[in-house]
Design a protein around this ligand. Structure first.
Ligand code: SF4
Length: 348
């Protein structure tokens, strides 16, 4: 069987960076544990920028391992298993221990709210910020715009960690604005209360309704639109057009990351050259599932495989197969699947 890879596939810059940062922390912890075993001395606390030491009796025991990611670092079960084998486990935001002294806390690529960051630091954790630079840029823009008095429309999934984080930065900006006493006056006979600094909208229809309601309250508001980094440019354009009907001076900020689009375009190109497609990646990964839908919509038979064990038996009916992978799929999984496809059927 001939296997053609999509020109762009697998880890995006933000996920690769976060995984590398997590790996470095695991190696550092391993080195410290080794040096402790060799000379019997405690790990080099001075190398860490954590809070001053506390009376050990006052600290509730922290379950091992001591490196945590705040929520899953990546939506891929095999990658999470590898991280866990390196001593890195997941800490859920709603189940934080009261004391995190001694813990290394890795902030995932999609970021967290400034409030949560503060809480983690207050509880004694040392933060390793793996927030993707694209997401960091959206957070900064949201804070700046809110501080400048803009109401922000945030296009994306309400419960997604990235959106929740950006919303937190908008709230921080509004707080700074209120403290400065520069709150703009309501116009159009509306409400002078500041209200929420941002409105999250999932699509153009929601955006239009939200804009209509906001316009009724305060037609003179300055508004800006930001997108979740993975949003489709087409949906973002429609969302912007819907809000422009009510707020013609809407400031539309381009916060869409090219990584998702690049993988999707490369896959469309690949589909034209192959008989069937395998998308490597986790079933829980939204961008991986989206790639599968794109391949199927292109008219080629397509399957999702988390590992080579998931390859369907039908794949052996084809002689030219395309291979793509979501932005959270590790290189090793892509390689294993490719080897299984190019090897004999027994290899699977
Ligand atoms: S998809 Fe884009 S914004 Fe999201 S982590 Fe990857 S590079 Fe960063």
């Amino acid at each position: 069987m001939k296997v053609l890879r999509a020109k762009v596939l697998g880890f995006c810059m933000g996920v690769r960076r976060a995984m590398n940062m997590a790996g470095s922390e695991a190696r550092l912890l391993g080195d410290l544990a080794c040096s402790k075993q060799i000379d019997g001395s405690p790990p080099h606390a001075a190398e860490h920028s954590g809070p001053p030491a506390r009376d050990p009796s006052s600290i509730p025991p922290l379950s091992q391992p001591k490196i945590f990611t705040i929520g899953p670092l990546i939506h891929n079960p095999q990658a999470l298993k590898t991280l866990s084998e390196q001593g890195i486990s997941v800490l859920e935001e709603d189940a934080l221990p009261p004391c995190l002294t001694g813990a290394v806390l890795i902030v995932r690529a999609h970021g967290i709210t400034p409030g949560l960051e503060e809480t983690l630091k207050e509880r004694g954790g040392r933060l390793v910020d793996a927030t993707c630079p694209h997401v960091r840029s959206s957070q900064t823009r949201a804070r700046q715009l809110a501080e400048a008095g803009y109401h922000i429309f945030l296009a994306g999934e309400k419960r997604h960690g990235e959106i929740i984080g950006i919303q937190g930065y908008a709230e921080q900006g509004q707080k700074a604005l209120l403290e400065s006493g520069r709150m703009p006056e309501a116009s159009g006979g509306g409400d002078a209360a500041p209200g929420l600094p941002c409105t999250i909208v999932a699509d153009a229809a929601e955006a239009e309704e939200a804009a209509r309601l906001l316009h009724e309250k305060n037609s003179g508001l300055s508004c800006a639109l930001l997108a979740q980094t993975t949003m489709s440019p087409e949906e973002y354009k429609k969302t912007g057009d819907a809000i422009l009907k009510y707020f013609p001076s809407l400031r539309i900020v381009d916060t869409i990351c090219g990584a998702t689009r690049d993988r999707q375009e490369a896959l469309r190109e690949l589909c034209a050259a192959v008989e069937a497609v395998i998308i490597a990646g986790g079933r829980e990964s939204a961008n991986t599932r989206r790639l599968l839908a794109i391949a199927r919509n292109s008219g080629v038979p397509a399957w999702l495989a988390e590992t080579q064990a998931d390859l369907p038996k039908e794949i052996w009916n084809y002689s030219v197969v395309g291979l793509s992978a979501g932005a959270s799929t590790p290189d090793s999984i892509i390689r294993d699947i490719e080897r299984a496809l190019t090897g004999s059927q027994d290899a699977v």
